[in-house]
Design a protein around this ligand. Structure first.
Ligand code: RIB
Ligand code: CA
Length: 335
């Protein structure tokens, strides 16, 4: 088997984050060193609880620890006039959200007894990265980049320790979700994403252009459920939860993007993405494009390349990867 890959996932667990977390914990390729949580889909108390629930659901509480992170973005909610303040998201403690793409209360797992660790996400990220060898650990942030940016600013010595950052976020041709052009993770904390983009790290961006190209269908969800294990059943339910009428109606197709799992897949199989080396930045001007990711597409442009940006993805390879992990887990159980 290929050498295990040391990763840290940074999540705002909602339903699609939960699928990615399960796959990371089920596939032996990933050496999941820990999980940090951030405000995003839900307030950080709930994204942390949902993350703990997924760890306990898979019985991984002895191996995988959870560290609570930022409850607000760096800048975007400081002014009362920004869209992030006016909507108002990201959610602060106690603000309820309507049931939708994500469970408003919590992901329905059988039990919830384990607790988060005492260290904050930022502190643990810095301690863990500083204690590692150079370029040993891959970061997989699939929510707003607040924790990663905070850690980089608080202790830039972590930057050479990072092997790669595979980010679910951004959009190019694909329309944004919370504004005309900005994808949700980028939009919640534009300044945090820009700090990471200017860090000099080896970065792969997995935007909506790729995640919607690698969509699942309700038939795929049924194929997953037919695997017949509790893990497969949970994944199928989470896929269908995300594939709400709201999401499907908004795009007139039955395409369910498992955004965060595609970023995880790309860690092991970068060929699942169709990427361009380019110069990418996040609009932080607080205008109409606030939070939008802009890539330099000018032919022959000599601006410095700072990332691989995925403009497409291999849907069949991605779906088969998900099913393969779940089937292997079931086979191991049966053995
Ligand atoms: O835009 C999609 C991203 O926003 C996903 O990571 C989803 O979980 C939400 O965080
Ligand atoms: Ca997410």
């Amino acid at each position: 088997m290929a050498e295990k890959r040391k990763i840290i996932m940074d999540v705002d667990t909602g339903s699609d984050d939960a699928v990615a977390l399960m796959l990371a914990m089920l596939d032996d390729y990933y050496d999941l060193l820990g999980i940090t949580t951030v405000n995003g889909n839900l307030e950080v108390k709930l994204t942390t609880e949902n993350t703990l629930r997924m760890v306990e659901f898979l019985g991984k509480q002895d191996e995988v620890k959870v560290y609570r992170g930022a409850d607000l973005p760096l800048v975007s909610t400081l002014l009362p006039t920004t869209p992030q303040s006016l909507l108002p998201i990201p959610r602060r403690e106690g603000e309820s959200i309507p049931e939708g793409l994500h469970h408003a209360a919590h992901i329905p797992t059988p039990s919830f007894t384990i607790k988060e660790q005492p260290e904050s996400a930022m502190v643990w990220l810095i301690e863990t990265l500083l204690a590692s060898k150079d370029r040993e650990i891959t970061l997989v942030p699939v929510g707003p980049l607040t924790n990663i940016a905070l850690a980089m600013r608080a202790d830039p010595r972590i930057i050479p320790k990072i092997r790669e950052i595979v980010i679910m976020g951004g959009a190019s041709e694909r329309a944004g979700s919370k504004s005309m052009g900005a994808e949700f993770n980028a939009w919640i904390d534009p300044e945090a994403l820009e700090i990471v983009l200017q860090s000099g790290c080896d970065i792969t961006i997995v935007p909506l252009d790729a995640t919607f190209a690698a969509y699942l269908t309700e038939q795929d969800a049924q194929r997953i459920r037919d695997i017949g294990s509790p893990e497969a059943d949970m994944v199928a339910s989470l896929v269908l939860k995300y594939g709400t009428a709201e999401l499907l109606a908004a795009q007139k197709e039955k395409h369910i993007p498992m955004h965060d799992s595609l970023a995880l897949c790309a860690v092991q199989f970068p060929e699942v993405l169709k990427t361009v080396e380019c110069n990418c930045h996040t609009d932080i001007s607080m205008g109409f494009a606030y939070g939008q990711t802009i890539i330099d597409k000018r032919p022959g442009s000599t601006t410095p390349r700072n990332c691989r940006f995925a403009l497409g993805a291999d849907r069949e390879m991605f779906v088969n990867w998900i099913i393969g992990i779940l089937e292997k887990k079931t086979a191991r159980k049966g053995a």
